[in-house]
Design a protein around this ligand. Structure first.
Ligand code: HEC
Ligand code: HEC
Ligand code: HEC
Ligand code: HEC
Length: 161
């Protein structure tokens, strides 16, 4: 496992794409899909999609990771090494191999004075607008209750159906 961790920290931040997160984080995925981040590239014309001055915020990982728009991994870091389930369940290890806790500073790298917002960026308010964790946490809490009666909790994807 240590070898694995070392590979992760020394390698490039390789992206696996939002569809790879979907199976285990269905609520987060759905909420993100409804957000403007998921469609940030679509606000640009074909011409602008090739313009680095626009892409830097609307589709920042396009050149290096061929990922359009603002994806899970733009905020949480490239998922190749942290997305295997046994890593995800170990918060410390996950962070060691690339999982990022998105910070206000990170938001402000795009939501700055040059972005076309009518109001200055309010971190707390903006967080509420992109909430994709409350439903996840509610489900997890429910699962914790359920697991007191059954030791084999169903995987998230099938639990939703
Ligand atoms: C194989 C299933 C699986 C995949 C794939 C997966 N996750 Fe997770 N993730 C988990 C589990 C399990 C947890 C631990 C919490 C829980 O029990 O729901 C977790 C936790 C997290 C957390 C919270 C970590 C913490 O310690 O606070 C974030 C953020 C996260 N995942 C993001 C992602 C992103 C982004 C992707 C895609 C790049 C992804 N996950 C892919 C299963 C997965
Ligand atoms: C890589 C750049 C980038 C980062 C990082 C980023 N955003 Fe965004 N965000 C955008 C872009 C671009 C849009 C506009 C998308 C569009 O409509 O084309 C946007 C839109 C939004 C909106 C929607 C605004 C509306 O009118 O509905 C909210 C809310 C938001 N972001 C919150 C956040 C928060 C909170 C963070 C940090 C946790 C964050 N963003 C990080 C680029 C970014
Ligand atoms: C510094 C980061 C940044 C850069 C660079 C940037 N944008 Fe944006 N853009 C944003 C953010 C953030 C928003 C969302 C503002 C909000 O509603 O809070 C946005 C919103 C937009 C919207 C409105 C989308 C909507 O839903 O109404 C358009 C159109 C747009 N940008 C086009 C462009 C074009 C064209 C360029 C290049 C000339 C560009 N942007 C460069 C950050 C940026
Ligand atoms: C604009 C940045 C941004 C994007 C895009 C984004 N997230 Fe998040 N995510 C956050 C922030 C910020 C938090 C922490 C919110 C808090 O704790 O208040 C978070 C929290 C989470 C959590 C909950 C962790 C926990 O402790 O319960 C999961 C799971 C997660 N995100 C997965 C995803 C997945 C999957 C995607 C894509 C489908 C995604 N995120 C896209 C910024 C982002």
């Amino acid at each position: 496992m240590l070898t694995f961790a070392f590979q992760g920290t020394s390698g490039a931040a390789d992206f696996v794409g939002p569809d790879s997160c979907k199976g285990c984080h269905p609520e987060a995925y759905e909420a993100w899909m409804q957000s403007k981040h998921a469609r940030a590239e679509n606000s640009l014309s074909e011409q602008q999609q090739k313009d680095g001055r626009c892409v830097s915020c609307h589709s920042p990982d396009q050149a290096t990771q061929t990922m359009a728009s603002v994806t899970c991994e733009t905020c949480h870091g490239g998922g190749q090494y942290y997305s295997p389930e046994y890593v995800m369940k170990d918060s410390e290890l996950a962070r060691l191999v690339g999982l990022v806790d998105p910070s206000e500073r990170q938001c402000r790298s795009c939501h700055d004075a040059s972005s076309p917002s009518l109001r200055p960026f309010d971190f707390k308010e903006s967080l509420k607008a992109i909430d994709h964790w409350s439903a996840e946490r509610a489900r997890r809490a429910g699962r914790a209750d359920a697991s007191t009666t059954s030791s084999t909790a169903p995987p998230p994807a099938s639990a939703k159906k």
